[in-house]
Design a protein. Structure first.
Length: 314
């Protein structure tokens, strides 16, 4: 598994990180024991960086998977907390509920612009102190927007930028792919660690796993890429991609076995996706989009149109 030094920490981490959202109650709803087994399999396969968040409710899985006897991977978490005290509580909760001794990085969750970052200044101040005290090795932000990256570029305290990016630019909005690439390359040249989320566009690129992940892997600023996984076959395929190994065809076929569905639970009701669906599968009812799965072809035109990246496929 290819590894890189994580910023100024001196710590080597795998360029493939495990995104834990997919095993938890908001997606697969795995029993904790089953999810912990998947996490251990990923760790034993060479992945030593795991991504979670206060909002994911996956801390119990990490606690069940890792301890002093089995060994700890490196952990990244984040919170929507906006004040000093709320972030202090969020970090304390993460330590208690995961059982981990420290974080490689703790982040402000989903920063959209300089105004968002300004509104979370108190939380950032706590993370700066937490870094001084060795609770976290670095401080970061996650963002879905080029303006979020731009804000992080102007903030010296932000060591890590965890940004949404995929080869189709899904979720960024029209014309934003090149802008995001340029900003991330500038951030990397300034010494900030670059991590990517949604390299498979929230599942919309599930038919293009290999080219999508290779595109992200081969970007010139060598980002770390967090990918959600739900089974051993996905772990085997993804680790092969990041290890330069041949992909087992049987494993690849297993990743395609279960039926994929479009999820609309996070919809904010703008309706943009409805008029972009070429199959008439989407309709807006009660302030939220609904999907007729018998019509849906998983073409992902809806995801490209959604300004909030609310639609995903599992």
């Amino acid at each position: 598994m290819e590894k890189v030094i994580f910023g100024n920490t001196g710590i080597k981490v795998s360029r493939l990180a495990f995104g834990t959202l997919t095993i938890g109650p908001w997606q697969a709803e795995m029993p904790v024991k089953e999810g912990a087994m998947i996490l251990r399999e990923a760790f034993d396969s060479g992945i030593n960086l795991f991504d979670t968040a206060q909002a994911y409710d996956t801390y119990p899985y990490l606690k069940a998977a890792f301890n002093k006897q089995t060994g700890y991977p490196h952990l990244i978490s984040r919170s929507y907390a906006y004040s000093y005290d709320l972030m202090k509580n969020a970090v304390t909760e993460a330590l208690d509920e995961t059982g981990f001794p420290e974080f490689l990085c703790f982040m402000l969750h989903e920063q959209e612009s300089s105004l968002t970052l300004k509104g979370h200044r108190g939380a950032l101040e706590f993370l700066i102190e937490a870094k001084k005290h060795g609770i976290t090795r670095s401080v970061g932000i996650s963002t879905h927007k080029p303006d979020g990256v731009r804000a992080a570029l102007e903030e010296d305290a932000v060591d890590v930028i965890f940004a949404m990016l995929n080869k189709e630019g899904i979720g960024l909005g029209e014309g934003k792919l090149e802008e995001m690439l340029g900003l991330l390359e500038s951030a990397a040249s300034c010494g900030k660690v670059i991590m990517l989320m949604k390299a498979l566009a929230g599942g919309h690129l599930f038919r293009e796993v290999v080219p999508a992940l290779e595109w992200a892997r081969d970007l010139p600023f060598s980002p770390i890429i967090a990918v959600g996984m739900q089974n051993i076959a996905e772990i085997k395929v993804n680790t092969a991609i990041f290890s330069g190994e041949n992909i087992d065809r049987a494993m690849m076929e297993k990743t395609m076995e279960h039926e994929r569905r479009l999820h609309t639970e996070d919809c904010q009701g703008c309706g943009e996706c409805v008029e972009h669906c070429p199959f008439g599968a989407l309709s807006l009812r009660d302030g939220r989009v609904h999907c007729d799965h018998s019509r849906c072809m998983l073409c992902s035109y809806c995801a490209r149109a959604c300004p909030h990246f609310c639609l995903y496929v599992t």
